[in-house]
Design a binder for this molecule. Sequence first.
Ligand SMILES: [Zn+2]
Length: 238
Amino acid sequence: MTSVLIRTGLLVLTTALLGCGASGGGPNSPTPTTGPSVRFVYAAPPDRIYRADYAAGISSAFQDLQSWYREELGGVTFSLFRSSPEYCVLPREADYYRDDSWTRLMTDIQGCLPVMYDSPDFRWVLYADIMHTCNAPGRIGAASRGVTIMGRVDLEGLSGRVMANDCGNVDNMPIGRWRGGAGHELAHTFGLPHPPGCAEGLPACDHGSLMWLGYRTYPNTYFSDEEKTQLRLSAFIY
Ligand SMILES: [Zn+2]
């Protein structure tokens, strides 16, 4: 699936940006959790309407993943900052985010929420209702340093539908595949890499782990013992 992107450039947190989206979790969100937590965001450009089914799909996925992690990790899991996604309206129309999507989204989201790398308080999960141009630089559907960003194909998948991805391919899989994808990227934000040998195509690769092909068969997948040990060391798992 995706690799953890290592970004060594300086992080620029721009606060004075074009436009400013609404934030907040909506009327159904309880008081935010106070400990280290996972904070998920639904961001849409102004030429896309708010989709209640997208918001519901994200909420359901993360509640399901929270339970699945707890089961896998023997009683500990991550906390959710809110039970429903915080909503942001991006300052520019969808086409602007087709290229260099990662950086443009990270920059423009700052006008709405303080999404940042390596935060001691939050792991950020950003769903943006945009499409990324096939093979263009700055793709999404990846994770880096405590942040993951996914796009419209995942939003559709979490809502129980399938659509062609940025390269025109249709991944005709049930909703579990998209929840599994979210759980995989989330684990990257906790610092988990892909299993040893997988990227190199070695036989030792643990193919069934959520951290390799297991995301496609979620919830029928697992973390290896090594992965469980590493996750339990995360400040976000308690
Ligand atoms: Zn990955």
